[in-house]
Design a protein around this ligand. Structure first.
Ligand code: FES
Length: 135
């Protein structure tokens, strides 16, 4: 009901945008990362349902102050647990938050010539990762 971290970061360290063609929702995540690799700030803009907004809000809250590695390993399940769960039909919305965060980390890694262990190139549409899972 009270989403946190809505908006943009000026001059971000990384930006990631991911959508879901099935529902038409889009999420954009902005990160500010310190020279020591700590997520100093995280913001988002979401064109989507209430669950997409709630998971974006929680995901950005959960990664602030954390290392890149910690941020990378925050799963959609952890975000859903922190929200006391989501109905099964809304699970895909939480995947959008996880993937947008990964896309922003990827952008950061590319801009800085870094390899982040376990980070894969982002997809534009989460259906590419979870084919048929949300039908
Ligand atoms: Fe599309 Fe929730 S219905 S993100």
């Amino acid at each position: 009901m009270n989403p946190r971290n809505v908006g943009e970061i000026e001059d971000p360290s990384g930006v990631g945008t991911v959508g879901n063609v099935k529902c038409g929702d889009i999420m954009k995540v902005y990160l500010k990362i310190t020279g020591e690799g700590i997520v100093e700030d995280a913001k988002f803009k979401t064109f989507g349902c209430g669950a997409a907004v709630a998971t974006s809000s929680m995901a950005t809250e959960m990664i602030k102050g954390r290392s890149i590695d910690d941020a990378l390993h925050i799963t959609n399940k952890a975000v859903m647990d922190a929200l006391d769960g989501l109905p099964p039909i809304k699970v895909h919305c939480s995947c959008l938050a996880e993937e947008a965060l990964h896309a922003a980390l990827w952008d950061y890694s590319q801009k800085n010539g870094l390899a982040i262990d376990g980070l894969k190139p982002p997809v534009n549409d989460i259906e590419e990762l979870h084919e048929g899972a949300f039908a």
